[in-house]
Structure formats: structure tokens, C-alpha cells
Design a binder for this molecule. Structure first.
Ligand code: FES
Ligand code: FES
Length: 161
């Protein structure tokens, strides 16, 4: 039987009538129509579906929507402060040429946000370890690592002294 599930996504509250067995990924994409969160393997292996729950990166394909009640959920649609200005992580991905087909990009960017919230100046090794749950079939990762290094630099520069 469906039940009302209340989700806070990018600061907005949504009430969705959904079966309790539906994943957060499906509810975000199909009910709330935030399709920036991708679905790849559906099995916890690729990271394309990564979102933040209270700042922690999780696979939305392995999370039931009902389990996400009470958390602040952030999807890629919530990264930019406005339509005119991308988040520094997004802008760095663009500037460093870290996007090809783009399918992995939302998950990569949210995993990067999680990483940079814990470590403002990660080494290449730390970036690669932080993104080890996110697969990219196109870029070979080098430009993604450069983008995250650049994003870290920009975020540090933006921080009030
Ligand atoms: S779709 Fe969730 S990890 Fe691949
Ligand atoms: S840019 Fe295509 S999968 Fe990463």
C-alpha cells in the first residue's frame, strides 16, 4: 500500500504517495521529477545515483525513499546557488573539460562535495580514493581529478579569511 513520504530536497519539502519499497532514486526521478540524479547499475556499483543525505554521499539506488525522511537531501539540482552561477565544483568540471557524456557527472560532483567538506585540500591520491565509488566510462578520470583540485582551490579562496 502506498504511503505519504515526506522528503526535504534542496531545501524544498515534497510529500509523495509511494510504496515503501521504492528507492530514493526512483522517487526523486519519477515522482519529484529531479532527473539530474542518474540511474546506472541500480546496484550500488557505479555511483551515478549519488546524492547527499545530511552531507553524506549515498547511493540513492540502494536507499529507500522512506529511509530518507528527516534528512536534508541534496541533488545536483541543489548545487548551484542560482541559474546564472554554477557551484565552483560544477564550474571547475566545465573549465577543466571533465565532462564528456555527462552521465557520471552529477554523482561525481556530489561525491566531490562530500570529499571537499571533509578535506579542503586533498591530494590526488585522496581525490581518487574519495571518488573510488564513482565510475566514468569516458574521461579516464585525469580531468575529473584536475577539476576537483581546481574546485578545492576555488572553494578555499572563496572562504572568508
Ligand atoms: S545506480 Fe546507484 S550505484 Fe549505480
Ligand atoms: S563523462 Fe561519460 S561516464 Fe563520465
Amino acid at each position: 500500500m502506498k504511503q505519504i513520504i515526506r522528503l526535504t530536497v534542496n531545501g524544498d519539502v515534497y510529500e509523495v504517495a509511494a510504496h515503501p519499497w521504492r528507492t530514493l532514486n526512483d522517487v526523486l526521478r519519477e515522482d519529484i521529477h529531479l532527473t539530474g540524479t542518474k540511474k546506472g547499475c541500480g546496484d550500488g556499483d557505479c555511483g551515478a545515483c549519488t546524492v547527499l543525505l545530511d552531507g553524506r554521499a549515498v547511493a540513492s539506488c540502494l536507499t529507500l525513499a522512506i529511509e530518507a525522511e528527516g534528512f536534508e537531501i541534496v541533488t545536483v539540482e541543489g548545487l548551484a546557488a542560482s541559474r546564472e552561477k554554477l557551484h565552483p565544483i560544477q564550474q571547475s568540471f566545465v573549465d577543466e573539460g571533465a565532462i564528456q557524456c555527462g552521465y557520471c557527472t552529477p554523482g561525481m560532483e556530489l561525491a566531490a562535495l562530500h570529499l571537499l567538506s571533509k578535506n579542503s585540500d586533498p591530494t590526488e591520491e585522496e581525490i581518487r580514493a574519495g571518488l573510488s565509488g564513482n565510475l566514468c566510462r569516458c574521461t579516464g578520470y585525469t580531468k575529473i581529478v584536475s577539476a576537483i583540485k581546481e574546485a578545492a582551490r576555488r572553494l578555499r579562496a572563496d572562504r572568508p579569511a
